[in-house]
Design a protein around this ligand. Structure first.
Ligand code: ADP
Ligand code: MG
Length: 297
């Protein structure tokens, strides 16, 4: 089976210069994951807890770039189905490198990255929409490029456009949309592919705080609806990380390694006023402190 990596532009690309979808030879994980998930759901109904399947595993992963930059010190990490894992760390500590490794866009120079699913989608801070295409056609682009039959992607795209709150804008062009709406299009475009693992690299970093919080809430709703199995989410904002995640990882400055991990005890759905609660602010303070300690060393 082919292992598909869905990617669309990157941080340095200019709007509209959509990168081709990269295809990397891979394993047969997608089907196994679906089966494992079905078993899990059966188990959940009948009692005994079986841990959900792991979607990607990092074992002793290092990344040295050819110019000698060491971006990552050994990183060990596993993301399971049903997890929303955020990564916080100083600029340049290797967060984007870690996501690129998870997606297979770049290779580890030591250790191994083992995805156990072929369904991995990637969303960047820059939505890189095609300016000449309508919202609907933009949302359909990745599915179209990767050979999903039109009869399949068309209704799926229409449904997801509604889900991300763009129902009335399907015929609009990107230039008539706000930054938040463009990011919704970008999310929808990836979600049409029903990813098991959703990689998000500071997706809301360019938005104002209100839009950012609103989109975070909407992303969680899509997670609760199982529009993606698990997320690996990079952000600069500790409050955003805690408010979205089941687990927050703190990275050291470059070369990045995971120096702390915080389990987030809040269930879903999360109330909008969670951010004002004392247990929330206590946790964000602990994460921030760890982040600052890491930077001092
Ligand atoms: N292709 C590359 N070649 C050389 N150095 C790189 C390359 N990509 C990233 N780096 C360097 O690796 C480090 C980690 O980068 P990155 O993963 O983008 O960090 P972050 O996303 O945490 O800001 C930085 O010092 C960056 O300059
Ligand atoms: Mg980055």
């Amino acid at each position: 089976m082919r292992h598909h990596i869905w990617t669309y532009g990157n941080e340095s690309s200019t709007a509209g210069s959509a990168k081709e979808v990269a295809e990397v030879a891979g394993d047969t994980g997608a089907r196994e994951t679906d089966e494992a998930r079905a078993v899990n759901e059966d188990e959940a109904a009948s009692g005994p807890a079986v841990p959900p399947p792991v979607l990607v595993t990092f074992t002793g992963v290092e990344k040295h770039y050819p110019d000698g930059t060491q971006a990552l010190a050994p990183v060990d990490l596993a993301v399971r189905d049903g997890e929303f894992v955020s990564i916080v760390g100083a600029s340049g500590c290797g967060k984007s490198t870690l996501l690129r490794l998870a997606s297979g866009l770049t290779e580890a120079t030591a250790g191994t990255v083992s995805p156990s699913t072929g369904r991995i989608s990637y969303v960047f801070q820059d939505p890189t929409l095609l300016p000449w295409r309508s919202v609907r056609r933009n949302v359909e682009t990745l599915a179209e490029l990767t050979g999903v039959p039109r009869a399949e992607y068309r209704p799926r795209a229409a449904e997801i456009i509604d889900l991300v709150g763009l129902g009335g804008f399907a015929r609009h062009r990107p230039r008539s949309l706000s930054g938040g709406m463009r990011m919704r299009v970008s999310l929808a475009r990836s979600l049409v592919l029903s990813p098991d693992l959703f990689l998000l690299d500071e997706p809301f970093g360019a938005l104002d705080e209100i839009s950012r919080e609103r989109l975070g809430g909407e992303l969680l709703r899509l997670f609760e609806l199982r529009r993606f199995g698990a997320a690996l989410f990079v952000t600069h904002s500790v409050a955003e990380a805690v408010s979205l995640s089941t687990r927050v990882l703190v990275m050291s400055p470059r070369p990045g390694r995971v120096v702390a991990e915080f389990a987030v005890p809040f269930g879903y759905p999360r109330p909008a006023e969670l951010r004002f609660r004392e247990d929330f602010t206590r946790l964000t303070a602990a994460v921030s402190r760890r982040l600052r300690d890491g930077e001092a060393t």
